[in-house]
Design a protein around this ligand. Structure first.
Ligand SMILES: Cc1cc2nc3c(=O)[nH]c(=O)nc-3n(C[C@H](O)[C@H](O)[C@H](O)COP(=O)(O)O)c2cc1C
Length: 179
């Protein structure tokens, strides 16, 4: 069956990460991203694709630091909170009832409830289409002990397909979303 070209992103499952950043005045920000992947092992580099209107991009331009928080299915119903376009400077970690924990090597906090976290410092960025591909140098990583089985335990991870569809199974593929 042929589809419109625009449907390409509905054919892939991608892990949801919540990217935390911090503003110049020290207010943390959190936003879900599914356009994300490791891009190099040596040096360790991680990429996220960000709409340039997002507060996440504004904060990264200000200080270059971000944390990629790898989250579980328990974050599914928080997506509609974390993706809400709150005024710049609002703390989405608090809006979502999550806990900010001090990161090891970067300014933004990581999210305590996340399964794992990758601390990054911006290495480079490039405009690609209507997004900015932001590449960060990985400077610290960690995982919750009960999610570590030589590699991350995938059974609880939250993965996104498109729009309101998440990869749980087709019966419960929809989490509540704002749009
Ligand atoms: C599951 C999910 C995945 C998302 N993936 C991306 C993404 O990869 N890139 C992006 O720019 N926005 C993505 N968004 C939208 C942003 O998270 C959303 O617009 C958010 O409000 C931006 O927050 P900010 O302005 O605080 O940075 C996604 C939203 C959801 C719910």
């Amino acid at each position: 069956m042929e589809l419109e070209v625009e449907a390409f992103s509905k054919l892939l499952v991608r892990p949801v990460v919540v990217v935390t950043t911090v503003s110049e005045s020290g207010i943390p920000n959190a936003a879900p991203f599914s356009l994300n992947t490791p891009v190099s092992f040596d040096p360790p580099l991680y990429g996220i694709s960000c709409d340039p209107t997002h507060d996440t991009w504004q904060n990264i331009q200000e200080n270059g630091d971000f944390v990629v928080n790898i989250v579980g299915k328990d974050f599914g119903d928080l997506m509609h909170v974390l993706e809400t376009d709150y005024p710049y400077g609002d703390n989405e970690i608090e809006h979502a009832g999550l806990t900010a924990e001090k990161a090891e090597k970067v300014k933004p906090p990581r999210i305590k409830e996340a399964k794992a976290w990758i601390e990054c410092k911006q290495e480079t960025n490039i405009v690609l289409g209507n997004h900015i591909w932001i590449v960060g140098r990985v400077v610290a990583v960690g995982v919750q002990e009960d999610s570590w089985k030589e590699v991350i335990d995938v059974k609880d991870l939250l993965c996104h397909i498109a729009g309101q569809f998440f990869a749980v199974d087709m019966k419960e593929a929809r989490y509540k979303r704002a749009k």
